[in-house]
Design a protein around this ligand. Structure first.
Ligand SMILES: Cc1cc2nc3c(=O)[nH]c(=O)nc-3n(C[C@H](O)[C@H](O)[C@H](O)COP(=O)(O)OP(=O)(O)OC[C@H]3O[C@@H](n4cnc5c(N)ncnc54)[C@H](O)[C@@H]3O)c2cc1C
Length: 399
């Protein structure tokens, strides 16, 4: 357990403040300038994947930020990847279309075999292969991941995959998918987190051979899908790391996922605060700017304060991650603070705009819909509170 006393024993780690990775920030802003709000509105209305944006991000090397140079990536620290996603969202673009390539990477880098890395990473870095899908959630298993029902049954030369995933984002737009499946039934393991394995499957090879992907219509353009595995035959070398240890691998990767998605939330919060402030200064009602009213300016100021605090926690978690010290508490707290700051900023921005906020051309309603997701996926803020209560404060496990 992580306690305040133990925190005192942690090494001193420098946390950067100010505009770090200035060159990267400027390059991302330049790239995003080519994808104006109309682009995102059209994609949103057509529920279409932003292929051109993802290609541009790939060609610029941004989506290969975490792939080591020896495999064709840029091998940057986690903080640099976080800055990239933050700037994408700050520019009003939608980072979720490509972020999974960054946050699934840790599992492959830390636990994948050399052969898997040589086979996939250079192609992912070059943009000829997409690793954008991560299948964990199932219809009857959400936050309680260890109860997942999808089975991978060992057979001669590989495994047979049976089961179903739900809300697997971008499965239709990805070549590879990281999948969590049970290799040993829950009744036969000592701890329920044992007996779960991670597989890197090639969607192209299995599609139509037991693998079926069906899009789900949702309130955001997130390309969430149902994925059905009907006796899908996968080769033995699709297994990542050791059989039965997959849940541990996914937990290992969660800290980076929390930091990266928190940075996205910070970027979108900046967008909302800036957009709300501009409108509050410009819009005149009762012969004065609406921003002169405390009921308009205070929520925007509060969101700004929360965003700055969340940003510090994101930077701290990223610095600890890079230093290789345990950062589960910080990564979760960063994610929580950023999700809350984002939702408060989205609400403040919507309220500031009044009726016009509902007009699609203002882009507020689209960003507002997207902002709501941060309190639910990839992890619900309730589960973060439960983590902090139990693992940081030592309160009884609540579930
Ligand atoms: C647009 C979208 C994209 C997604 N993309 C992916 C993806 O790519 N891959 C993937 O695997 N999943 C994905 N998800 C699923 C997402 O990770 C889950 O929705 C999320 O983890 C919550 O699980 P659940 O929806 O099953 O909620 P449930 O686990 O059913 O929980 C419902 C509510 O109850 C609360 N709750 C449950 N148990 C407790 C408890 N013990 N204490 C307090 N509160 C509790 C939860 O916090 C939540 O608010 C996506 C979801 C959406 C909406």
């Amino acid at each position: 357990m992580n306690s305040p006393e133990q925190n005192l024993e942690q090494p001193i780690i420098d946390v950067p403040t100010g505009e770090d990775y200035k060159d990267i920030r400027e390059a991302v802003r330049r790239l995003c300038g080519g994808f104006p709000p109309e682009y995102w509105r059209e994609k949103d209305e057509a529920e279409a994947y932003p292929t051109e944006f993802i290609e541009a991000m790939t060609q610029a090397g941004f989506l290969a930020a975490l792939i080591p140079q020896e495999y064709g990536g840029t091998g940057l620290p986690l903080r640099a990847a976080a800055v990239i996603l933050e700037e994408v969202c700050n520019a009003g673009c939608h980072a979720a279309a490509g972020h999974a390539q960054m946050y699934t990477m840790g599992t492959l880098l830390r636990h994948g075999s050399e052969a898997q890395k040589r086979k996939y990473l250079p192609q992912i870095a070059a943009g000829t292969l997409r690793l954008q899908a991560f299948g964990v959630t199932e219809p009857s298993t959400g936050s309680d991941t260890t109860h997942l029902k999808t089975r991978a049954i060992k057979r001669e030369g590989g495994y047979t995959l049976k089961g179903q995933k739900i809300f697997t984002s971008r499965a239709q737009h990805s070549d590879l998918m990281l999948v969590l499946a049970r290799t040993t039934p829950i009744e036969e393991v000592k701890a329920k987190s044992h007996g779960i394995s991670t597989f890197l499957i090639d969607i192209r090879e299995s599609l139509g051979k037991g693998l079926e992907i069906r899009p789900i219509k949702t309130m955001v353009n997130h390309h969430a899908c149902e994925v059905f595995f009907d006796d899908v035959q996968i080769p033995a070398d699709a297994l990542v790391g050791e059989e039965g240890r997959g849940f541990r691998y996914i937990l290992d990767g969660m800290n980076s996922e929390r930091v990266l998605t928190a940075a996205e939330a910070i970027g979108s919060t900046r967008w909302f605060v800036r957009t709300a402030t501009k409108y509050a200064n410009e819009r005149r009602v009762f012969d004065r700017p609406i921003g002169q009213n405390q009921s308009i300016q205070f929520p925007i100021a509060q969101a700004h304060i929360q965003m700055e605090a969340a940003d510090l926690m994101v930077r701290r978690a990223a610095a600890m991650f890079q230093a290789g010290v345990p950062c589960g508490a910080e990564a979760n707290m960063a994610r929580y603070l950023a999700a809350e700051a984002l939702w408060n900023a989205a609400e403040a921005c919507m309220q500031t705009h009044g009726g016009i906020g509902f007009a699609r051309e203002m882009n507020v309603e689209r960003k507002w819909r997207e902002a709501r997701l941060a309190r639910i996926a990839p992890v619900s803020t309730n589960l973060i509170l439960a983590h902090v209560a139990q693992h940081v404060l030592g309160l009884p496990r609540s579930y």
